[in-house]
Ligand binder design. Structure first.
Ligand code: SF4
Ligand code: SF4
Ligand code: SF4
Ligand code: F3S
Length: 409
């Protein structure tokens, strides 16, 4: 198998195909700290793409409660156990020498591609049963005992968080590597991963292989479907978009303003072209405040997460790798530019290709963890694909007071 460079792992790895020649890559940052679990994103996707017969169990966007939730049931725990079984004690990181090309150090364990036998299977995975898709979110936040799902007090300790999940449009997709029909492809113009419905014969190797379980079988058509990254919106070809790249349905519907989407420029080896004016490049590479989900799986996923501050670090290390402590430290004490950029999340439907910050006057002083922090009323500006300004937001949000006399309600 060819060797490709995976910058999440900080090393080369074997993959079925050469690295693709993707010019840009669809990517997003989700700020877990802000999510309220309202599922508006989930319903925005469902009502757009998966409301037809045969799609009843399909949730291309789902939000699950960690540590107990999972759609399909316990998808991540099951795969982590399989990997550990195949490489006992070896799934470890060496984070002693991070660099620009290896920002989290080096993963010394084995990926889902490297632990496959290479003849019968291209990828180590598992095929969930239909019942495992049937009850997303059931009892996840429930405080009383339901033996069927196994969630009960006192197991729900003093922490939990919502994990928002869509297809990661991975740089090295497990689904694509596993399909014997070559029915899955990655678009060179934006890195979006799609299933060619005319080629798919329903072998479900892709369902087995996607470590995030984001390929889903449709019994009525006997083919597999998945998140299409709302590509007509990303292209600007949807009539609603005025011809300009527009955020996907799940992103633009987000009530908690936790999501920021962009397209990043990429190099032939799958790394990101340095560009600190791109908001995602800035968050992922300059500030390193947003991290990939389970980078050790090896697919180089393109949805990044600002980890939750209140969760035990060992849990987060397993989920997001060794960059967690730095990311939380930077999020808790943000630089002036980062604080301004955090205001750009969900500020415009138009995809921000670049951003700028104009410095403003000091308006407040607060104390965080005993440290005094000055707050400045800086302004962040988002620019679309043509370099035109689409939005500007201030750090100091204006307060609107109701008039003393109440209205008729
Ligand atoms: Fe394929 Fe899964 Fe990656 Fe999406 S998340 S590109 S379905 S491997
Ligand atoms: Fe659904 Fe579009 Fe979000 Fe994908 S990007 S989960 S297709 S709304
Ligand atoms: Fe979280 Fe936003 Fe989805 Fe609501 S819409 S569940 S805040 S990601
Ligand atoms: Fe291939 Fe998956 Fe279809 S393995 S044939 S894309 S079900």
């Amino acid at each position: 198998m060819p060797d490709v460079y995976n910058w999440h792992l900080g090393r080369n790895m074997s993959y079925r195909f050469e690295a693709g020649k993707t010019q840009r890559q669809f990517a997003a940052v989700f700020n877990i700290n802000r999510c309220i679990g309202c599922q508006t994103c989930t319903m925005a996707c469902k009502s757009t793409w998966t409301y037809s017969p045969g799609q009843e169990l399909m949730w291309w966007n789902n939000v699950e409660t960690k540590p107990y939730g999972g759609y399909p049931d316990n998808w991540d725990v099951k795969l982590l156990e399989k990997l550990e079984e195949a490489n006992r004690g070896g799934q470890v990181w060496n984070a002693s020498a991070p660099s620009d090309r290896a920002p989290y150090g080096t993963f010394e364990g084995k990926t889902i591609f490297e632990l496959a036998d290479g003849s019968q299977e291209q990828v180590l995975g598992y095929l969930p049963e239909e019942r495992e898709y049937k009850a997303p979110n059931a009892f996840e936040d429930h405080a009383t005992k339901f033996a069927a799902r196994g969630a009960s007090l006192p197991e729900h300790e003093g922490w939990f968080f919502y994990l928002q999940r869509i297809c990661n449009h991975c740089t090295y997709p497990g689904c694509l590597a596993a399909c014997p029909r070559n029915a899955i492809y990655k678009r060179p113009e934006d890195g979006i991963v799609l299933v060619d419905q005319s080629r798919c014969r329903g072998y479900r190797k892709c369902v087995e292989a996607c470590p995030y379980k984001k390929t889903m079988y449709r019994p009525t058509t006997r083919t597999t479907e998945k998140c299409i990254a709302c590509y007509p919106r990303v292209e600007g070809s949807d009539p609603m978009t005025d011809g300009l790249p527009t955020e996907t349905r799940c992103m633009s519907a987000c009530v908690g303003k936790i999501r920021l989407q962009s397209l990043v420029r990429t190099e032939p080896d799958g790394t990101w072209t340095p560009d600190p004016t791109n908001p995602l490049y800035y968050l992922v590479h300059v500030e390193r405040v947003a991290l990939p989900l389970y980078p050790q799986f090896g697919t180089q996923p393109n949805i990044y997460y600002i980890p939750p501050r209140w969760v035990p670090r060992s849990y987060l290390h397993q989920m997001f790798g060794p960059g967690v402590d730095d990311a939380i430290a930077r999020y808790t004490h943000p630089s002036r530019r980062l604080r301004a950029l955090l205001q750009l999340f969900r500020a415009s439907r138009k995809i921000a290709f670049s951003f700028d910050v104009i410095e403003g006057p000091k308006f407040n002083e607060i104390t965080v963890d005993g440290e005094k922090i000055e707050l400045f009323d800086d302004t962040v500006i988002g620019y679309d694909s043509k370099g035109q300004e689409t939005v500007r937001v201030n750090v100091d949000e204006p307060i609107h007071e109701r008039p003393g006399k109440l209205n008729s309600i």
